[in-house]
Design a protein around this ligand. Structure first.
Ligand SMILES: Cc1cc2nc3c(=O)[nH]c(=O)nc-3n(C[C@H](O)[C@H](O)[C@H](O)COP(=O)(O)OP(=O)(O)OC[C@H]3O[C@@H](n4cnc5c(N)ncnc54)[C@H](O)[C@@H]3O)c2cc1C
Length: 404
């Protein structure tokens, strides 16, 4: 086991924890700095495509993740007004056979705990909770992470996995806020017994309308229903109160199907998430500092792949660090080259699909019609570039020309 300075990871989300585990399993010392007092304490549901299991296999957690997961038979898209089915992607046993792994839905807290337990089982991974990192110093042969309460943590490398509003990114790239698109999400988990009669609670269900949608799916052995309401609003950047949010939702979903409106009535409006992404941009590292996950390529949720991409980044980066044997510049250059095209395509296709899902006015019928005639094989074929998975590199390219 390495006795050198630890690898510092800033952020204990799904990307940061996966990176800690990937490096820890290779015998590297890791110190993970997280701003909250308790890692993974809150959360809602998350969908994960079969591609992420290639990474979970590498991290040794596939069985534990599956034990905490639901396996929906399909992802179904309904028109928000008529309630008619637009299309579906079958995700049953035949999907599992085609892609080699299942499509899952899981409570984020449960997924966090699988990763945390695996990290805690390794003596070379340490955690610093309640450590809000405000910046870093790169001294050439080591880095220092600086925290809001004046602490200084020394490491070999600093990995910024601090999410959408990454401070590490701001210092590294000097760029601005993410691109807020003027939409927000509200999330709720309710006992399944409270689900409106008439909805199928076994599937991932998407109801799309003009300027809004709702997604729902079961979690925890079907005991609870996860509901996400997403819509455009001029108040997206404001901190409103619950009653004004309630009035806004009632107005936004006024023409939606009655089943959608009954789910809207159940929403917990205490917290909202402004929806944002960033234009893909090169320059993921500088010196001994490198970015990962939402800190570097945040995406709209249309493909439900943001966390999957962060976890793929984690395994790729850890493999290259091991192959590079101290040549971090070579590892980081190849990591960006490896991951740039795939993560950028997720960002751009998600933007395109966002428009499709919420098509308005005369365009709506014409946009949705081709989906209605699309056979399932065709749906699978179009998703294969993501769901077939990603294979991290087996060797290090020291030439600096590693685009793929
Ligand atoms: C409504 C919604 C639904 C989504 N659904 C899906 C889905 O179904 N499937 C999917 O794959 N993805 C989904 N995503 C995207 C997914 O949540 C993100 O892509 C993923 O969480 C990114 O992981 P991350 O580790 O990079 O960042 P984060 O999960 O944001 O983690 C960042 C961590 O860093 C910590 N942190 C931040 N700043 C600091 C600091 N200065 N110092 C120390 N710690 C800090 C934070 O507390 C946090 O723990 C969804 C996103 C939203 C908003």
């Amino acid at each position: 086991m390495s006795q050198a300075d630890p690898f510092l990871i800033v952020g204990g989300g799904l990307g940061g924890l996966s990176t800690a585990l990937a490096l820890g399993r290779k015998g590297q010392r890791v110190l993970l700095l997280e701003q909250t007092a308790e890692l993974g304490a809150i959360g809602y549901g998350i969908q994960l495509g079969p591609n992420v299991f290639h990474m979970f296999d590498r991290l040794g957690v596939s069985d534990a993740v599956k034990a905490a997961s639901e396996f929906p038979p399909a992802i179904v898209w309904f028109d928000a007004y008529s309630g008619r089915e637009v299309t579906r992607i079958v995700t049953d046993a035949s999907f599992h056979r085609r892609f080699g792994h299942p499509y899952i839905i899981i409570h984020r807290v449960d997924l966090h705990h699988v990763l945390l337990d695996a990290c805690r089982a390794l003596p070379n991974i340490d955690f610093a909770p309640s450590a809000t990192v405000t910046g870093f110093e790169d001294h050439g042969d080591h880095v220092i992470a600086l925290t809001a309460d004046g602490r200084r943590f020394r490491g070999r490398v600093l990995i910024g996995a601090d999410g959408l509003r990454s401070r590490i990114r701001t210092q590294l790239k000097g760029d601005r806020e993410p691109r807020l698109i003027g939409w927000v999400a509200h999330r709720t988990v309710v006992p399944i017994a409270q689900a409106p009669a008439g909805i199928d609670t076994s599937m991932v269900t998407f109801w799309g309308g003009e300027g809004f949608h709702v997604i729902h799916y079961p979690l925890r052995q079907g005991s609870v229903l996860n509901i996400v309401a997403v819509f455009r609003t001029p108040t997206y950047a404001e901190r409103g109160d619950v009653e004004s949010y309630r009035a806004e939702l009632l107005k936004t979903y006024a023409k939606a199907h009655p089943l959608m409106r009954s789910m809207i009535a159940m929403m917990d409006l205490e917290r909202r998430w402004p929806i944002a992404d960033r234009d893909p941009a090169r320059g993921w590292s500088k010196g001994r500092v490198v970015l990962l996950g939402d800190a570097v390529h945040p995406t709209l949720q249309s493909l439900a792949q943001g966390a999957c991409m962060a976890i793929e980044d984690a395994v790729c980066l850890a493999d290259l660090i091991e192959l590079a044997d101290g040549d971090f510049a070579a590892a980081f250059t190849q990591y960006e080259a490896e991951r740039f095209r795939r993560t950028s395509r997720v960002v751009y296709e998600s933007r395109y699909l966002w428009k499709v899902y919420h098509a308005e006015g005369p365009r709506r019928e014409a946009t949705l019609a081709p989906f209605q005639d699309r056979p399932n094989d065709e749906m699978w074929r179009r998703m294969a570039w993501i769901y077939d998975g990603y294979a991290p590199p087996m060797s290090l390219d020291r030439s600096g020309h590693t685009a793929r």
